[in-house]
Design a protein around this ligand. Sequence first.
Ligand SMILES: NC(=O)c1ccc[n+]([C@@H]2O[C@H](COP(=O)([O-])OP(=O)(O)OC[C@H]3O[C@@H](n4cnc5c(N)ncnc54)[C@H](O)[C@@H]3O)[C@@H](O)[C@H]2O)c1
Length: 268
Amino acid sequence: MFENLFRLDRKVAIVTGAGNGLGRAFSLGLAAHGATVICADRNLEGADETASLAKQSRGVAEALHVDVADESSVDTMWNKIAAEYGRIDILINNAGIATKTARTHEFSLEDWDQLMAINLRGVFLVTRRALALMLPGPGSIINIASIAALRGYWPGFPSLAVNYSTSKAGVIGFTRQVAAEYAKEKIRVNAIAPGWHGGTALGAARRASVTPDEIAAFEEAIHRRIPMGYRGTPDDLVGLVVYLASDASHYVTGQVIAHDGGWDAIVA
Ligand SMILES: NC(=O)c1ccc[n+]([C@@H]2O[C@H](COP(=O)([O-])OP(=O)(O)OC[C@H]3O[C@@H](n4cnc5c(N)ncnc54)[C@H](O)[C@@H]3O)[C@@H](O)[C@H]2O)c1
């Protein structure tokens, strides 16, 4: 009775930001559990590589170009998906960026606007079209927020930025509202708030704008603060994504689940 609880056979899934980092791990994890996975990214080469890796493990995947911040690009992608598959069962809103960091009184409007267009407007644009294709339901939408949405963090220097934290808090509000609107149709909407997961390109802009000593201070500060004492990896998140995508979580909606080695459980 319970042996197929996590299987995703005959499900069509889309992962945005699938060309690198967490999105690549999510795509491979969903494919390994039987889903057909559309790997969408503005970096088509990266998305192609993810789809090839999924196929090498006998998964079913294809790559599509999308810039989630651009309405016409999102529409083009969804038109292709509608024509090819006619439906979508699982959406992972994962595409996101971080900019260089600074305290708020020194923060640039350009970095604020650029990030909001991808991290927040992008989630709205992609989800709006996904819902139209998911109805009459069921379906599962998983939004990638961050522990940065849950509380502030100031180890004495800028390691997080106000644009990023604000966008991810917005993703959580978006998650709860959409969950409420579509619960009757069994379209479930949940958010994951990852802590510090290494091996991705997310911090590249920050790393490029600070000295090696500052990077070392940052690494030391976060490791000291994580109760489990180490960073997660993208692969560590796959179990939670498969759980939320599958029938194993069929009565779970509107939730935010931190995946953070205990970061959010303690007072630093
Ligand atoms: N790595 C972490 O520790 C961590 C922690 C919390 C939240 N997150 C979130 O996880 C998500 C993935 O981050 P990551 O660490 O894998 O970063 P990453 O930079 O390695 O990967 C992000 C991917 O998103 C794509 N992307 C960026 N802008 C896009 C756009 N406009 N349209 C389409 N694709 C776009 C990039 O090309 C890239 O392939 C982000 O939303 C990030 O905020 C990551």
